[in-house]
Design a protein around this ligand. Structure first.
Ligand SMILES: NC(=O)c1ccc[n+]([C@@H]2O[C@H](COP(=O)([O-])OP(=O)(O)OC[C@H]3O[C@@H](n4cnc5c(N)ncnc54)[C@H](OP(=O)(O)O)[C@@H]3O)[C@@H](O)[C@H]2O)c1
Length: 125
C-alpha cells in the first residue's frame, strides 16, 4: 500500500485533507491510503489521529526546509508502506496578507522553499 506524503498536516487545510484521506472508506477503490505527514508541531488532534490509525499514519516532526526531515519521511514511507504514490505540498505561509503597497516583500518569508524543498529532497533521495 504505497503512501501519500502530506506536508503541513498539523492544522488548517492540511489537517482537514489528512482527516478525509484517513476517514473516507471509499477512497482508492475501497483501500484508503496510508499517509506520512511532516509538520513542526504535533498537536493533540494529529496525535489522536496517529493513535486511531496506527497502521496507516506516520507523523514526522520537523521543518520541511530541512532536507533530513524529508529524507526521514520518504524513508518511513518506504519502510512502512513500500513507497510513495503521491506528494501533497500543502505546508506554507499565508502571512503577510495585505495590500501590495503595504507588504514588505523583501523581508517577507517566501513560501517557495516550503513548497519546493520537500519535493526536491524527496525526489533526490
Ligand atoms: N487558507 C487559505 O485561505 C489559503 C489560501 C490560499 C493558499 N493557501 C495555502 O494552503 C496551505 C495551507 O493553508 P492553511 O490556511 O491551512 O495554513 P495554516 O493553518 O497556517 O497551516 C499551515 C501548515 O503548514 C505547516 N508548516 C508551515 N511551515 C512549515 C515548515 N517550515 N515545516 C513544516 N510544516 C510547516 C504548519 O505546521 P507547523 O506549524 O506545525 O509546522 C501547518 O500544519 C498553505 O500553503 C497556504 O499558503 C491557503
Amino acid at each position: 500500500m504505497p503512501a501519500i506524503l502530506l506536508t503541513g498536516a498539523s492544522r488548517g487545510l492540511g489537517l482537514s485533507v489528512l482527516t478525509l484521506l484517513l476517514r473516507s472508506p471509499s477512497l482508492n477503490a475501497g483501500r484508503p491510503p496510508a499517509v506520512v505527514t511532516i509538520s513542526r508541531s504535533l498537536p493533540a488532534e494529529l496525535e489522536a489521529l496517529a493513535k486511531e490509525f496506527p497502521d496507516r499514519l506516520v507523523c514526522v516532526q520537523g521543518d520541511v526546509a530541512d532536507k533530513a526531515v524529508s529524507v526521514e519521511a520518504v524513508g518511513k514511507a518506504a519502510e512502512r508502506f513500500g513507497g510513495l504514490e503521491a506528494v501533497i505540498l500543502n505546508a506554507g505561509v499565508l502571512d503577510p496578507l495585505g495590500k501590495l503597497a503595504d507588504v514588505d516583500i523583501v523581508r517577507s518569508p517566501s513560501p517557495l522553499p516550503l513548497l519546493a524543498f520537500p519535493l526536491q529532497h524527496s525526489h533526490k533521495r
